[in-house]
Design a protein around this ligand. Structure first.
Ligand code: SAH
Length: 391
C-alpha cells in the first residue's frame, strides 16, 4: 500500500509524528519546506533517511519523527472530511464481518477513507473493496488518496447515492459495511450485492438507537438472521502515569534501617547522659573522690543492660534529658518509625491491589456508537428469498 523501502524517497507519503496529539501526513516534495512549532524542515533533507528516523530541525531546537504509514497511523493522521471510524470499531467490525485476505467487501459511504485503508490492507490484492460515496468532493478526494497510496488495484470508488440507486454489483461480495445516516434504506440493495452461495454478513454502524431500531426492522424484513447489537468502548490506560511500585521487601528493609539508626542514636544519648552524670558526681564529690571514671566500653555494656531492663536504672535527670532528646529527633525519623509499625499506609490499596484504580486518560475514540451486526444465510442460488433461515 505504501513504500516498503528502507529509506524515504521523493513522492512518498510519510507520517510526521510531532506529539501524541499532533500527527500528520506529508507528501515528500523536494523543494518544499515543512514548518511547525517544532521547527523548520526541508523535504529534501528527509529524502534518503531511514523510515522511523528522528530528525532535528534546521535551527537545532526541535525535532520530529518521520514514520512509515500504516492504516492505524493513517487513521490518526488523515485529513478529516467527515466523522471517521477509529481503531476499536475498525478491528471489531473487520473481525465480525470475517474480512480477511481475499475477501470481497462493500462499504458505503467512503467518508474520509479511514475504514477503507484498513480493509484494503486486510484483503490485499487478492480481494476487492467497492466503496461508494455520494458527496462529490469527498469522493474525488478519496479517489486521489487511494491512487497516491497505491490502492487502485484493490479499491473501486463510485460516486453514487446507494440508498437511491443501490450498488454496482450483484451476487458478489462476502460482506457489506454501511456507515450511512439511513442504512435501512440500503439494506435491500445490500442483499442484492451479497453472494448467494455461502453465508455472508452485513454491519450497519449508527450512533443513535432510533437508527438502530429502524435498521433492525429492515434487516428482519429482508430475511437477515442472527441480528445483534454491540457497543464498542476503548479505554486506554496511560502507563506513563502509573508510579513505579516498590517491592514490599525493599520498603520493609528501609523501615528497618531507619529503626536501627534511631535505636543507635538513642543508645548514644543514654551513654552520653551517663558520662555527664558521673562527671557531675565527681565534680560534686570534689577532688580525690574515689569514683572510677567510666570508660566507653563500660558505658556501652551498661547501656545494653539498661536498655533491656527498662530505664529505671537511670537517674531522673538523665531520663529527662533522654526524653527531651528523643522528642527532638528529626520528624522523618519518627515518621519512619510509625510507618514501620504499620507499613501498609506507604502503599495505598489502589496501588497494591487493582490496576483499575490507576488514573485513566481520556478515551481515544469518539463517543461510542452502537452497531448492528448480523449474518445472513442465503439459500441455494435458485431458492426464493422467503426460504432464508437462521443458522
Ligand atoms: N466510514 C468512513 C466515514 C463515513 S462518514 C470513515 O471511516 O472514514 C459517512 C459518509 O457517507 C459521508 O461521507 C456521506 O457523504 C456518505 N453518505 C451518506 N449518505 C450516503 C448515500 N446515500 N450514498 C453514499 N454515501 C452516502
Amino acid at each position: 500500500m505504501w513504500s516498503t523501502a528502507r529509506e524515504i524517497a521523493p513522492g512518498d507519503v510519510v507520517i510526521i509524528w510531532l506529539t501524541r496529539d499532533v500527527i500528520q501526513p506529508l507528501l515528500i516534495t523536494p523543494g518544499k519546506d515543512f514548518n511547525s512549532k517544532f521547527g523548520h524542515y526541508r523535504h529534501a533533507d528527509l529524502v534518503g533517511i531511514p523510515y522511523g528516523s528522528k530528525v532535528g530541525s534546521r535551527k537545532g531546537k526541535g525535532f520530529i519523527h518521520v514514520l512509515r504509514p500504516t492504516p492505524e497511523l493513517w487513521t490518526m493522521a488523515l485529513p478529516h472530511r467527515t466523522q471517521i471510524l477509529y481503531l476499536a470499531d475498525i478491528a471489531f467490525i473487520t473481525s465480525h464481518l470475517n474480512i480477511k485476505r481475499g475477501s470481497r467487501v462493500i462499504e458505503a459511504g467512503t467518508g474520509s477513507g479511514s475504514f477503507s485503508h484498513s480493509v484494503a490492507r486486510t484483503i490485499g490484492t487478492a480481494g476487492h473493496l467497492w466503496s461508494y460515496e455520494f458527496h462529490e468532493v469527498r469522493a474525488s478526494k478519496a479517489r486521489e488518496e487511494f491512487a497516491r497510496h497505491g490502492m487502485d488495484d484493490i479499491v473501486t470508488l463510485t460516486h453514487r447515492n446507494v440508498c437511491k440507486d443501490g450498488f454496482t454489483i450483484t451476487d458478489t461480495v462476502d460482506s457489506v459495511f454501511l456507515d450511512l445516516p439511513a442504512p435501512w434504506e440500503a439494506v435491500e440493495h445490500a442483499k442484492q450485492a451479497l453472494r448467494k452461495d455461502r453465508t455472508t454478513r452485513i454491519c450497519c454502524f449508527s450512533p443513535c438507537m432510533e437508527q438502530v431500531l429502524r435498521t433492525v426492522n429492515a434487516l428482519n424484513d429482508a430475511g437477515f438472521t442472527d441480528i445483534t447489537m454491540y457497543e464498542t468502548l476503548l479505554r486506554p490506560l496511560d502507563v506513563a502515569q502509573v508510579p513505579m511500585l516498590q517491592p514490599i521487601s525493599e520498603i520493609s528493609e528501609k523501615l528497618k534501617q531507619a529503626e536501627r539508626k534511631r535505636e543507635d542514636k538513642r543508645l548514644k544519648q543514654i551513654a552520653a547522659n551517663r558520662r555527664n552524670a558521673s562527671k557531675r558526681k565527681r565534680e560534686e564529690d570534689g577532688p580525690g573522690a574515689d569514683t572510677p571514671v567510666e570508660t566507653e566500653d563500660e558505658a556501652s555494656s551498661k547501656r545494653i543492660k539498661t536498655d533491656d531492663e527498662d530505664s529505671t536504672g537511670l537517674d531522673p535527670e538523665s531520663t529527662k534529658a533522654m526524653d527531651l532528646d528523643v522528642d527532638a529527633l528529626p520528624a522523618s525519623t519518627s515518621a519512619s518509625a510509625s510507618a514501620f509499625s504499620a507499613p501498609e499506609p506507604t502503599l495505598s490499596p489502589a496501588q497494591s491491589i487493582s490496576p483499575a484504580k490507576i488514573s485513566v486518560s481520556k478515551p481515544f475514540t469518539p463517543p461510542a456508537e452502537p452497531e448492528v451486526l448480523t449474518e445472513v444465510v442465503t439459500p441455494e442460488p435458485q431458492a426464493p428469498v422467503d426460504g432464508v433461515v437462521g443458522v
